[in-house]
Design a protein around this ligand. Sequence first.
Ligand code: MG
Length: 383
Amino acid sequence: MSEAIKKIALLGSTGSIGQQTLQVVRALPHRFKIVGLAAGNNIDLLTEQINEFRPRFVYYQDREAQLHPTSGEYEFLSLEEIARHHQVDTVVIATPGKSGLSPTLAAVKAGKNIALANKESLVMAGEIITNEAKLNKTQILPIDSEHSAIWQCLRGETQPPTRIILTASGGPFLHYSPAQLNRVTVKQALKHPSWQMGRKVTIDSATLLNKGLEIIEAHWLFSLPFENINVLIHPQSIIHSMVEFTDGSVKAQLSHPDMRLPIQYALSYPERLPNPQLSRLNWSQVNNLILEPPDLDAFPCLRLAIEAGEKGGTCPAVLCAAGEVAVELFLAQRIKFTEIADLIEQALAQHQAITRPSLDEILAADAWTRQKVKEFAAGDTPC
Ligand code: MG
């Protein structure tokens, strides 16, 4: 019986994954305790969270801002200090984009259990992180729903899979033509048909860049070559991914599209826990599950991501950074939806890739890309 309470540090507590992680902890207080909270700039929500969960360690980006929790005492630490703290069992990394990289590395080196929601850190520095994880016997437990599905399918197997099939909802613009995509608005792109997620990943889901990043993430998590990682569009988001084995048998993991399930599994692993928040599939309503190949012409971000992943080196870091800046520009209505892919393509085309890069070389590629993409966008006439 392992009924001990797991001590959890949650980095990125005010974002979508962060808030859903706290819902899971709230439902299972006899199993999980929050000891660290870290957030960006949403001071009001962080203050509420401190009052409710009384963490021992806190980080927030804007140190000038005044937090006024009404209860509890905490120590202010950096993201990295929280990630490697000896009082922490599991670190949930739910900070957005590049900001997840440094705390992920700190947690990996400290041999913590890592519940990883931040895919960018693996995309940017997959080789460094997975090598360090092996060295330090660190377990990386994926929160991304597709990777959680694959991980669940692989449990109990003694041989590696022959193929992974990542499912993708297809986002709000499934079956749109390139001409239609040229006219879509920010509001339309933020309306995801099946998942509740943060703004960046919702836009990435609409361009299919998210699926491309997930291919690279799967490559590192499950040590499979890119040609053995495929994508199928599955608009209902019930099948979260599938794994094929050497005898042709295929396993899948199914559930309602609710991020709290993969979050909870990463926290409770190797156990499964009952949680009344998680609803069951109603089989009288689940019918005609659709699976179809993606349209790489209409959604070039997926193709660009596969190419960047195959090239490797600093290319995936360029992909990530270009995607981040391009999505910010789109959300600010400075570029069209279809220009997100154009900017990523331009950045990858101009980048001088470095193979087996150091962390500094990855960060330099990231900085170069951010600057370049802003220059490319400034050169265009605003839409
Ligand atoms: Mg996902």
